[in-house]
Design a binder for this molecule. Structure first.
Ligand code: SME
Length: 151
């Protein structure tokens, strides 16, 4: 399935009235990970209310040990500080990188803004080198805008 076809399904999950936000986010992780072949791991890390740390709320794909990530550490931690998308074509070329699986070759992290504040991020890992381009950035920005409406 392509990203455009996923959008109405994402909108429908976000609009459901009988689920909590974190449950909807888990459904979104599953939906995206199952339908986009190069999206091998999909998760949302959300910022702690007062500490400079990111916390894994939900994920689809191989379990990870990295449940809490300090701001500044790894690709995720850098995005928490920079407020900017981070597209990594080849994770081996990164020195500030946290490896979650030996299979991962590329990664994209897109911040999630609520009322202009960076409150978390969507993180995608791929087992394919250079799996992500601008269409993925636009798609994941759109996903995060939908999620922001329920947070
Ligand atoms: N690779 C990330 C850590 C999270 S895992 O991809 C699930 C990073 O460098 O921040």
């Amino acid at each position: 399935m392509n990203k455009e076809l996923l959008k109405p399904k994402i909108t429908a999950i976000v609009a459901e009235s009988n689920k909590k936000p974190a449950d909807k986010m888990q459904f979104l992780c599953n939906l995206i990970q199952e339908n986009l072949p190069t999206y091998n791991w999909v998760g949302f890390y959300m910022a702690h209310e007062s500490e400079p740390t990111l916390h894994l709320w939900c994920q689809a794909g191989e379990p990870t040990d990295h449940i809490v990530i300090p701001f500044g550490k790894g690709i995720c931690g850098q995005v928490a500080v920079s407020n900017k998308n981070f597209v990594v074509d080849d994770v081996k070329a990164q020195d500030n990188y946290i490896a979650c699986s030996i299979h991962v070759k590329s990664e994209i992290v897109v911040p999630l803004f609520k009322n202009g504040k960076n409150i978390g991020q969507i993180d995608i890992d791929s087992n394919t080198v250079k799996a992500f381009d601008e269409s993925d950035e636009r798609f994941l920005e759109w996903v995060n805008e939908q999620v922001a409406t329920i947070l």
